[in-house]
Design a protein around this ligand. Structure first.
Ligand code: IVH
Length: 337
């Protein structure tokens, strides 16, 4: 591809990706599959690597997601909410670890211990507690500015209103989601009452959370999984795994499929285990997330653009985004515990 063709393609990719971001994040009405979306993002990334001087001001690689356009109040995050780079293959997972090793100048025999856990297919949310009380809940939005959904989040039973033993300022981040079974029941109720029928649990969760009226959210079966933190007045633990255990002990749901892996082979094996169990899990997942376990290493690794160097995701078997709602797809699964 010559330079003019690359510039033209990058322009089209920026437009197309922005359109799909709006459909997905603002309208909860995706038109393409995750795989198709990831292919566009990947093509953009590869072209930009080949032609770095053609990177556009409005490049999708510079954005963190859709800018919120709803009527909910805007909130600036104390620390930005990042997103994860995709490793598309086993080799790319190894490459990520290789880059971590080189960045930290680790000797070849020093293990890079990682955590591996499911990527929950829901809506990213940051919950801020001050002196043990929930004071703010915000969606990710564009990563810098999100939407204030505090009143709505207060209706979610799995999210504590007060906690004890946390640092004075404590932001826990995670995913608000709907179980497959609750989603099926909700859609059946919606169908019966002539209400909006949702394409999948993720869209149902997003549509239920981003409501002007908290009473609507209260009637929707939303759940929460913590997977990290934002602003903290004191550190939780020296490692990701121990910090997540501390978050669990504070009363937040944390995936029991979160494990610590010393070797890349163990991380890949855990990925295979999660993939095997995927269809039977009571909630939709969107692949696996790997994180460098040592938090002092995470701090040294920092971030590049919109993504941390210490974490990434992988998903070789993406679900369809544009899934037609059929009760049989979701009815026969066990309830989330
Ligand atoms: S870690 C620095 N862990 O995936 C980013 N994210 O692209 C920290 N997500 O919208 C995110 N499950 O909300 C992490 N187990 C998990 C996750 C997870 C779902 C979402 C996250 C964000 C996106 C990252």
């Amino acid at each position: 591809m010559n330079e003019a063709e690359a510039a033209n393609r990058l322009m089209r990719l920026a437009r197309e990706i922005a359109r799909h971001d709006r459909l997905y994040h603002d309208q909860d009405a995706p038109q393409i599959s995750d795989a198709e979306y990831d292919a566009l993002v990947r093509e953009n990334r590869e072209l930009e690597a080949q032609f770095p001087h053609l990177v556009r001001a409005d490049s999708p690689s510079k954005r963190l997601g859709a800018v919120p356009t709803s009527s909910l109040a805007k909130v600036t995050h104390a620390r930005p909410m990042l997103s994860l780079e995709n490793a598309f293959s086993e080799q790319e997972v190894r490459d990520f670890i290789g880059r971590v090793r080189r960045f930290l100048s680790l000797p070849p025999d020093e293990p890079v211990t990682m955590t591996a856990e499911p990527k929950i297919d829901g809506l990213s949310c940051s919950l801020r507690y001050e002196v043990g009380a929930l004071v703010m809940a915000a969606t990710r939005g564009d990563g810098t500015v999100g939407e204030d959904v505090t009143a709505n989040v207060r209706t979610i039973a799995e999210i504590p209103q007060t906690i004890s033993g946390a640092p004075e300022t404590f932001e826990v981040r995670g995913e608000i989601y709907m179980s497959k079974q609750d989603f099926a029941a909700l859609n059946e109720r919606q169908e019966a009452s002539g209400g909006k029928v949702f394409a999948n649990p993720r869209n149902a969760a997003a549509g239920s959370l981003r409501q002007k009226d908290p009473a609507v959210t209260a009637a929707r079966p939303l759940r929460f999984f913590a997977h990290g933190w934002g602003d903290l007045s004191a550190s939780l633990a020296p490692t990701q795994q121990d910090a997540m255990q501390a978050i669990r002990e504070l009363g937040f749901p944390v995936s029991d499929l979160l494990v610590r892996c010393e070797r890349v082979e163990d991380a890949l094996a855990h990925y295979a285990t999660i993939e095997r169990r995927r269809a039977d899990l009571p909630y939709d997942i969107d692949g696996v997330v790997y994180k460098v376990d040592r938090i002092d290493w995470q701090d040294r690794l920092g971030q590049v653009g919109r993504a941390p160097r210490w974490g990434w995701r992988t998903n070789s078997r993406p679900r369809r985004r544009r899934r037609c709602w059929r009760p049989s797809t979701y009815r026969s699964v066990a309830p989330a515990s």
